[in-house]
Design a protein around this ligand. Structure first.
Ligand code: CP
Ligand code: NVA
Length: 301
């Protein structure tokens, strides 16, 4: 069984092949209408369940469109509407769904829910974001970086803001793809201890971005964070906003990324998000291509 649960638990050679396949598939579809099928139909006769226990725009639409382009069918399920949201165990849910579908993508809260789904399902399971990680996003981000600026190996990536789930997947990727990762943010929002050794810390954002090839940020309040933390986080993170003055310290050809959704003028200004360094909409598009390659990988197609 080939699940896609995290970047650090996926062999490096598989990760590289997924990126290469995504680039090939993207090129093969150039100029084709989004609803048109791919030439080969690797998911023909396949049914895919897309489970969401949190909101989503990109993950939901990109997986759904990707499956259809590859000739498969999808069902999008809201966790709250399933018995899962009313006390049925994840193990039983996994065993039942495995009798109906060929692949499961789940966006959930606790990482343990994802791990239980993978343990009890008899079909591949893909991580569509947990409180701790977002590997599909970072596969799209690596693909996007390399499309614009070549191999990411040896490059300097700076994360400014909250040491959250998306940062964690960048930390996993830094090891697997061999790039330097610098975290700049306030101590209370440091990444989780399990990630230590995968990145370095520079508290001063202007010092951190010197020589950066890529500057990344994300929302200051994630979906799993209590809304009551909003004001405190904004006060803690205000100095880590990615604005033009910060971007000016990075390399002249540095890229700016944000997984979106963004809160414009909080974690990043519109001048940066819509400016010359920004590749945020390429990132969003590449979710589609990268995840198609992830699904092929999981199904051995
Ligand atoms: N970046 C991302 O995963 O976006 P959604 O929450 O819209 O899926
Ligand atoms: N860190 C964000 C990412 C959203 C795609 C969250 O978990 O809400």
């Amino acid at each position: 069984m080939t699940h896609f649960l995290d970047i650090h638990t996926t062999p490096e050679t598989d990760l590289r092949k997924i990126i290469d396949d995504a680039l090939t598939m993207k090129a093969a579809r150039k100029e084709r209408p989004k609803g048109a099928p791919d030439d080969d139909l690797p998911l023909k006769d396949h049914m895919v369940a897309l489970i969401f226990e949190k909101p989503s725009t990109r993950t939901r639409v990109s997986f759904d469109v990707g499956v259809r382009q590859m000739g498969g069918q999808t069902m999008v399920l809201s966790g709250a509407d399933m018995q899962l949201g009313h006390g049925e165990t994840i193990a039983d849910t996994a065993r039942v769904l495995s009798r109906y579908v060929d692949l499961i993508m789940i966006r959930t809260f606790e990482e343990q829910t994802l791990l239980d789904m993978a343990e009890y399902a008899s079909v591949p399971v893909i991580n569509g974001l947990t409180n701790r990680s977002h590997p599909c996003q970072i596969m799209a981000d690596i693909m996007t970086f390399e499309e614009h600026n070549g191999p990411i190996k040896g490059k300097k990536v700076v994360w400014s803001g909250d040491g959250n789930n998306v940062f964690a997947s960048f930390a996993h990727a830094a090891q697997q793809f061999d790039f330097e990762l610098v975290f700049t943010g306030p101590p209370p929002l440091d990444p989780e201890p399990a990630l230590q050794g995968m990145y370095s810390i520079e508290r001063d954002p202007h010092a951190a971005v010197l020589g950066a090839d890529l500057v990344v940020t994300d929302t200051w309040v994630s979906m799993h964070d209590p809304q009551s933390a909003r004001e405190r986080r904004h006060n803690q993170l205000r100095g880590y906003q990615v604005n033009e003055s910060l971007m000016a310290k990075a390399k002249p050809d540095a890229l700016f990324m944000h997984c979106l959704p963004a809160h414009r003028e909080d974690e990043a200004t519109s001048a940066v998000m819509d400016g010359p360094h920004s590749v945020i909409f390429d990132e969003a598009e590449n979710r589609l291509h990268a995840q198609k390659a992830v699904m092929r990988h999981c199904l051995g197609k």
